[in-house]
Write a protein that binds this ligand. Structure first.
Ligand code: BTN
Length: 264
């Protein structure tokens, strides 16, 4: 079980989790963290909920967090974040942290660029980073991470664009949500210093799914196919088209999938 006291007992790690807001149920932990960002809550404030009723994913999609089965957390980050604190890089940071946390549980996780965490070719976790700018300065940023932990938390194939799984299904063993939360916060703390530095993009690229493979990037009816070559220095995706020409695409391409989409 998650609770305010149990979460506080394992934190903070560095600055992360100095303040903790736990709720049994909330609309969206990202929305709550953003409203705390508008107020006086400090750098590293952690919002966790057992259930989300209006969880949000990228591209206006929803995110399911059924009670008792999943992990939904959002971290509030304050300035001092540095030049690399744009939403794309923060999505990368969240995805790297989630992958490394899952690996500590024995899973070989990969990142479906920019920020989906795959286990055995299926999506087990997602990241939603949001930045509030005041002119050209970051006022605050929120990194939200949702993990399907128990089997009941992964939506069925006919309800999602990309097939989902849960950690327990993919790993074949029980996963304690508090331990997973601790591992994710520890990895966020470990990697946040790499924001704005080449090491973040290198780590992101090393963890990518489909490197060297043919993928399709789709955006509102428009699709581009090419070989996933790697990442540009700012975390955008490099794609080699059939004629050999290389293009760099931003995260406005909302849906990525392998051309050969057989599951592992
Ligand atoms: C995606 O796959 O598109 C991103 C999903 C992100 C879900 C997490 S759950 C915690 C946080 N609160 C939200 O409303 N969304 C993120």
């Amino acid at each position: 079980m998650l609770s305010q006291a149990r979460i506080e007992s394992i934190l903070p790690i560095g600055d992360l989790g100095r303040q903790v807001v736990y709720l049994d149920t909330v609309g969206s932990t990202n929305d709550l963290a953003k409203s705390l960002g508008e107020g006086s809550y400090g750098n590293g404030t952690l919002v966790v909920a057992d259930e989300q009723t209006q969880g949000r994913g990228r591209g206006e999609r929803g995110w399911l967090t059924p009670a008792g089965t999943a992990l939904a957390l959002s971290v509030l980050l304050r300035p001092g974040l540095g030049a690399g604190a744009n939403a794309l890089a923060l999505n990368g940071l969240g995805a790297i942290a989630a992958v490394d946390a899952v690996e500590a549980f024995g899973g070989n996780a990969r990142i479906k660029w920019p920020n989906d965490v795959l286990l055995a070719g299926r999506k087990a976790a997602g990241v939603l980073a949001e930045v509030s700018w005041a002119e050209d300065q970051v006022e605050y940023a929120v990194i939200g991470i949702g993990v399907n932990v128990q089997r009941g938390s992964a939506p069925p194939d006919d309800q999602v664009l990309f097939p989902a799984t849960s950690l327990e299904e993919a790993l074949g063993k029980p996963v304690d949500r508090l331990e997973l939360l601790r591992a994710i916060v520890a990895q966020l703390d470990r990697w946040q210093g790499a924001l704005g530095k080449p090491g973040l993009v290198e780590a992101w690229q090393e963890r990518l799914a489909y490197l060297g493979e043919q993928i399709l990037l789709e955006q509102q009816g428009e699709a581009v196919q090419g070989e996933l070559v790697g990442l540009a220095g700012d975390g955008r995706l490099r794609l080699r088209l059939a004629g050999g020409q290389e293009i760099v695409t931003g995260q406005d391409f909302v849906h990525l999938r392998p051309v050969d989409s057989r599951l592992e």
